[in-house]
Design a protein around this ligand. Sequence first.
Ligand code: GKR
Ligand code: MG
Length: 432
Amino acid sequence: MRDRSLLITDVRITPILIEDAPLLNLQGVHQPWATRAIIEVETFGGTVGVGETYGDTEHLEALGLFGAELVGMSVASSNLLWKVAERVLKPGAVASSLTDGKPSSWVTGVASLRKLHAICVSAFEVAYLDALGRSLGLPVHELLGGKVRDRVDYAAYLFYKWEKHPVSGATVDDWGAALDPAGVVAQARRFIDRYGFKSIKLKGGVFEPAQEIAAIRALKEEFPELPVRLDPNGIWSPETATAVARELSGVVEYLEDPTSGQENMSVVRKATGIDLATNMCVTTTDEIRSAAELDAVQVILCDHHFWGGLRATHQLAGICEALGLGLSMHSNTHLGISLAAMTHAAAAAPGDLYACDTHRPWQPEDVIESPLEFVDGAVVVSDEPGLGVELDHAALALLHKRWQNSDVRRRDDVAAMQAADPSWVKPAFPRW
Ligand code: GKR
Ligand code: MG
């Protein structure tokens, strides 16, 4: 007998804009505002579950089509979300940029119909699990089989950055610029003093490899006991990546996407034996087999937002364990609902987990009451029902109003860079 109280009576998708710092990457620079979408599903029993995902126009349209199909479904039936995706999200019904096989501007592999399905399923699966957990009085990690760790470690995610946004002049933070090894080390020191992070990741692909190697060496000198990673988002040729790997062998914990594509990654691995991680060349389940056969990656960075949700993350953890691959988590600009979801998924993931990436310290705002904190580099896993977070309705309304009053509708780091430097062109791969 179906529990009527779990049936969905309303679905709300609220686009918002959040402040973002002028963080540099291979494409350009983060805009002053980043888009996100906040999902709410309300049940007949009056419970509301929340989710958070990408908020650019094309995703909002797809989420809208998808969300409209969910009234009357049970929040205990997230497997059926895949069926809804197959029925509703077809080429022609969604923006072609979401399925065109080109690299996504979120630097998360290529766009595909399968990935779009996974993105929409994930956004609502998190909200379903939150609502179900709240209704049953169980934390989300228990709906995933229970936590195998009480705390989830996150990494200090360093970025080369400007002091302020060049056009608006906005300073989202008082961290100042970080444009050389000394600036990067100072940023790491502040991250570690403030949050106690025990792993360091530097977003690279911004400067010539020699400068980024110098920054990594400076970090290692300053924090010899901490593992350090470098991620140039695939912008080096296999030859350059091999040369960098030779220089940084024994210095970095792993190199993340030093070059593009599984074949090139495999070349670097074969030549150097260095461990390689990815959130670009393995981003869907069907890409895992070839990567394992080629020995192209040793660590997969899961991101529940595009892997298909928290249960898909759990499955991926099992696959990684079976194949002897390491697991970590990828992040894009996000707020506290996503951090809570990542923490529950990571808490329940079997096997060893590398400290997870998070952009969370870079965004000063949130849409939840009592934002989650990093203590000793970790987030303590909540045992409260659902995700364990409460939506801050006033904050949500404010950030939605900002979205309504603005014309920022999607992430565009290239345009943001061109606003500062009209001669900037999106770099061709490989750049170095
Ligand atoms: O936020 O600029 C950024 C990152 O470059 C992000 O878009 C990447 O997806 O963090 C990411 C990564 O690990 O590749
Ligand atoms: Mg990466």
